[in-house]
Design a protein around this ligand. Structure first.
Ligand SMILES: Nc1ncnc2c1ncn2[C@@H]1O[C@H](COP(=O)(O)OP(=O)(O)OP(=O)(O)O)[C@@H](O)[C@H]1O
Ligand SMILES: [Mg+2]
Length: 325
């Protein structure tokens, strides 16, 4: 079934610092199907957050989208005016940011923070908004929701604050939710509860979700498909089961090998040797070749094409490019 809510085509987002250009997102294409949870993984600095922010056209200062299409529900967001974009942000597409615990204002009561976005985006009447706020807090499973509206953020635990942030994000009933490392700062039990909440929202509201995470365990438990990013490029994409059973790119294999397993016994944890490249000096050819055990001469000079490794499984690596070579 091909029914995408979002299609990203050849997205390029760069930062210019006057001396050099950083390709934070380099020719990336992917789609998100309606009701799908799509995971994005990759080491720090690989372009996951910039790719997500580009979807909302909220690239940090100094950066800009220099090419590509962002098709949301059939409309190219790149062609929208600033005013039109406001109808999408926080309304049809919403985002839970990398550091949710700092997203709440410490001196404003929870109820007022949640109602603010409802009043702004959904034209809710001021008199009726508080009952909607309580409904929303109940939807994210905050106990005694009607009491919590008058609390300040510091009076809530980390997990509860995260639920409040999520309630703001789903308040206007978005079709797409982008959760960027939104559970990283939480302890594992709270993390599991928040992830269960996202799963419930998908089931109950048909929400599509982009889930950015470093944690491959979360990917395995949550995502339908996964994207692997490295140095701003998309190296592999596959259904989650397929990616875990049959990883193709040496980088993906390295990421999977570095996950601790009980069955490893006393074996040492294997990490990928070396460091991700300095983004202002990404090597020629495939960006991963200096760290790749299987690199060949061609990898050092030419960027590999995208090859098909199975149904819905694509990989950008010369080892799989026999037909296109
Ligand atoms: N505000 C900025 N100014 C200049 N360059 C930036 C800025 N934000 C990001 N970059 C560049 O874009 C690259 C990708 O950054 P991004 O934040 O998308 O990485 P990430 O994959 O989300 O990493 P992390 O896992 O640490 O969140 C960085 O390596 C950096 O070079
Ligand atoms: Mg990030």
């Amino acid at each position: 079934m091909n029914d995408p809510i979002l299609e990203i085509k050849n997205l390029n987002t760069c930062f210019d610092n006057g001396y050099s250009r950083i390709h934070a997102v380099n020719n990336v294409s992917f789609n998100v199907q309606r009701g799908e949870i799509l995971g994005i993984v990759g080491e720090s600095g690989s372009g996951k957050s910039v790719a997500c922010l580009s979807v909302l056209r909220l690239v940090p200062r100094g950066g800009r989208i220099v090419g590509g299409e962002i098709i949301f529900d059939g409309e190219d967001l790149m062609k929208k005016s600033k005013r039109e974009m406001r109808k999408y942000r926080g309304c049809r597409i919403s985002m839970v940011l990398q550091n949710p615990l700092t997203s709440l204002n410490p001196v404003i009561r929870i109820g007022d923070q949640v109602s603010e976005s409802l009043l702004l985006h959904s034209k809710e009447k001021r008199g009726r908004v508080m009952s909607k706020v309580v409904d929303l807090l109940k939807a994210v499973k905050i106990p005694s929701a009607d009491m919590q509206v008058s609390q300040y953020p510091h009076q809530l635990s980390g997990g509860m604050r995260q639920r409040v942030v999520t309630s703001i994000a789903i308040g206007c009933e978005p079709e797409l939710l982008i959760a960027d490392e939104s559970t990283t700062a939480l302890d594992v039990t709270i993390q599991a509860q928040v992830l269960q909440l996202l799963r419930d929202l998908r089931r109950e509201r048909g929400l599509s979700i982009i889930l950015v995470t470093h944690n491959l365990g979360i990917v395995a438990g949550m995502c339908d498909r996964v994207i692997v990013m490295y140095a701003g490029q998309l190296l592999e994409i596959a259904a989650t089961e397929e990616l875990f059973a049959n990883p193709c790119h040496p980088y993906t294999k390295g990421l999977l090998r570095s996950v601790p397993r009980l069955t490893n016994g006393k074996k040492r944890l294997i990490s990928i040797p070396g460091q991700p490249p300095d983004m202002s000096r990404v090597p020629e050819g495939c960006p991963f070749w200096p760290r790749c055990e299987q690199s060949m001469d061609i990898c050092k000079s030419e960027n590999p094409p995208v090859s098909t490794a199975g149904s819905g499984h694509e990989v950008k690596c010369w080892l799989y490019a026999h037909e296109t070579r």
